[in-house]
Write a protein of this length. Structure first.
Lengths: 112, 111
C-alpha cells in the first residue's frame, strides 16, 4: 500500500545536538512538506519541496534544514540553533501543490 | 498573508449531540478548502470543497463552503465518543507552499 512513513515515532534529543527526522513516501508525489505542531498552534510550515533538489523555506524555517536528493525522501534536520524544538513533527506529500495532502504518522521530538 | 481561523478552539458535548465547527479563510487565489480529522497522530482527510453551496456528506459528517462569505462549516450529527479529535481546516491557494491551516477545533464527546 502507498503511503508516507515517518521515523522514528519518538525521539529524545539533548540540548546542543542535531537530530534528523526521516520521511519517505511511495506515492510518487512531487511535493513534500514538513510541519510543526504545538498545542493550540495548529500546523506551521517549516520547509517544502516541489521537485527533487529544490526546496523552500516555510514560515518557521530557522533552526531547521532539509534535503531532497530523491523524490521519495525528504529528511528534516533539527539543528542546535532551534531554541525550542520540542514538538510534534508531521511530514506530508501531495501530487501537486494544488492537491490535498497525505500525512505521515508524525515524530514526537522531546529535548531532555 | 493567508489566514485560516477556526472556532471554537475547543468544544465539549455529550454523545448524541449535533455539533457545528466553523472555519473562515482569507487565502490568495483560493482554490479549495479541506477538512481533516486528527486523533493521536496523522490527520486523516475528510472533505475537499471547491464549489460554493454544494454540501459534501460522509455518514454523519457533512460540510459546505460559502465562497462569498469566505466561510465553511463542518457538521457532525448524532456524535459518538469516536468523534473526539482535533478537526483541522485548511485553505489551498495558488502558491506552491501548499495549505494554510487553522489552529484546529478540539472536540471532546462525553459518554
Amino acid at each position: 500500500d502507498g503511503g508516507i512513513t515517518q521515523s522514528p515515532k519518538y525521539l529524545f534529543r539533548k540540548e546542543g545536538q542535531n537530530v534528523t527526522l526521516s520521511c519517505e513516501q511511495n506515492l510518487n508525489h512531487d511535493a513534500m512538506y514538513w510541519y510543526r505542531q504545538d498545542p493550540g498552534q495548529g500546523l506551521r510550515l517549516i520547509y517544502y519541496s516541489q521537485i527533487v533538489n529544490d526546496f523552500q523555506k516555510g514560515d518557521i524555517a530557522e533552526g531547521y534544514s532539509v534535503s531532497r536528493e530523491k523524490k521519495e525522501s525528504f529528511p528534516l534536520t533539527v539543528t542546535s540553533a532551534q531554541k525550542n524544538p520540542t514538538a510534534f513533527y508531521l511530514c506530508a506529500s501531495s501530487a501537486s501543490y494544488r492537491g490535498g495532502y497525505t500525512f505521515g504518522s508524525g515524530t514526537r521530538l522531546t529535548v531532555v | 498573508e493567508d489566514k485560516v481561523v477556526q472556532s471554537p478552539l475547543s468544544l465539549v458535548v455529550h454523545e448524541g449531540d449535533t455539533v457545528t465547527l466553523n472555519c473562515s479563510y482569507e487565502v490568495t487565489n483560493f482554490r479549495s478548502l479541506l477538512w481533516y480529522k486528527q486523533e493521536k497522530k496523522a490527520p486523516t482527510f475528510l472533505f475537499m470543497l471547491t464549489s460554493s453551496g454544494i454540501e459534501k456528506k460522509s455518514g454523519r459528517l457533512s460540510s459546505i463552503l460559502d465562497k462569498k462569505e469566505l466561510f465553511s462549516i463542518l457538521n457532525i450529527t448524532a456524535t459518538q465518543t469516536g468523534d473526539s479529535a482535533i478537526y483541522l481546516c485548511a485553505g489551498s491557494g495558488g502558491g506552491a507552499d501548499g495549505l494554510t491551516f487553522g489552529k484546529g477545533t478540539h472536540l471532546i464527546i462525553q459518554p
